[in-house]
Design a protein around this ligand. Structure first.
Ligand code: CP
Length: 316
């Protein structure tokens, strides 16, 4: 495959290849001294029109650990503020010889536009587009679940919160379905998108009924920046019905893990004691993000099947 735009583009074989490749690369990602020469001479551009901490930094770390050259571009401080278009920005990147463009954009569909416009020849990776998709987040989440629970076949995953604005929820629902998991989305009635019945998942308004059956509980941030202020619930009213606190955590099965893609709002969708508890794999998700993004860049840019035989080399 040339691009990674949507979790829906991944077959089960594709997704499992990414997970296996990430597992091979993970031990390397834990050791900052070593890096692979696999993408030496290749250029990866991180093109971020929206804010990011985890995704931008982990794509940069992933590309560098594969010896690629990395160019970081953020909309703030660029000529976009002077009115330059996505097309002219893309043509500029093409002129600089980008092999992969990792794009985050506030508009749903922007990475598809970039990939299919003919403006760039490079691979395009969707790093989050509007309220639409965030496929590498879903891959790193599946990788984290798989490391804790083994096969995801029949596993019950509850995704809880602001589903309406969540590209993470959509990409996870698609990928987890492909990998055989049973997904339940839990949200207040006002935070489900129109057409949720076509997602192929269960839905519920009742968090307390869903928690005891779940193998994984994934909490989502309420995305205030994408809401009309008059619809924004107070932390108190929201957390009372849909927040994960210590009392609710004690209703989970012993093996159940708690996830959050970040950024978290402690005290709103999750309390600090839960976020910092032994069940929380939130920091591990970030670590796994580097290995998974290494796998994605490696598979897209090297055209290789897996990483067997790739030599390690010292840092340049
Ligand atoms: N999960 C996630 O996409 O985080 P950032 O917005 O910090 O990249």
């Amino acid at each position: 495959k040339r691009h990674l735009l949507s979790a829906a583009d991944l077959t089960r074989d594709d997704a499992e290849l990414v997970l296996r490749t990430a597992e091979e690369l993970r031990s390397l990602a834990d050791r900052p001294i070593k890096k692979l020469p696999a993408l030496r001479g290749r250029t990866v551009v991180n093109l971020f029109f929206e804010d990011s901490t985890r995704t931008r930094i982990s794509f940069e770390a992933a590309a560098k650990r594969l010896s690629a050259d990395v160019i970081n571009f953020s909309a703030k401080g660029s000529s976009l503020s002077k009115g330059e278009s996505l097309k002219d920005t893309a043509l500029t990147l093409e002129a600089m010889g980008a092999d992969a463009v990792v794009v985050r954009h506030g508009a749903s569909g922007a990475p598809h536009r970039l990939a299919h416009s003919g403006w760039v020849r490079s691979s395009v990776v969707n790093a989050g587009d509007g309220t639409h998709e965030h496929p590498t987040q879903a891959l790193l989440d599946a990788f984290t679940m798989w490391r804790h629970l083994g096969s995801l076949d029949g596993r019950r995953v509850a995704i809880v919160g602001d589903v309406l604005h969540s590209r993470v929820a959509r990409s996870n629902a698609l990928l987890l379905h492909t990998l055989g998991a049973e997904v339940t989305l839990v949200a207040p009635p006002t935070l489900f998108p129109v057409g949720i019945d076509t997602w192929g998942v269960e839905t519920s308004y009742d968090l307390d009924a869903v928690l005891p059956k779940a193998d994984v509980v994934m909490m989502l941030r309420v995305q205030r920046e994408r809401m009309n202020a008059s619809f924004f619930p107070t932390a108190r009213e929201y957390s009372r019905r849909y927040g994960l606190d210590g009392k609710r955590m004690r209703t989970l099965q012993d093996h159940t893990i708690v996830m959050h893609p970040g950024p978290m709002v402690r005290g709103m969708e999750i309390t600090a004691d839960v976020a910092d508890s032994d069940r929380s794999v939130i920091v591990e998700q970030v670590t796994n993000g580097v290995a998974v993004r290494m796998a994605v860049l490696y598979l897209l840019l090297s055209g290789a099947e897996g990483v067997a035989g790739a030599d390690e080399s010292e840092n340049d």
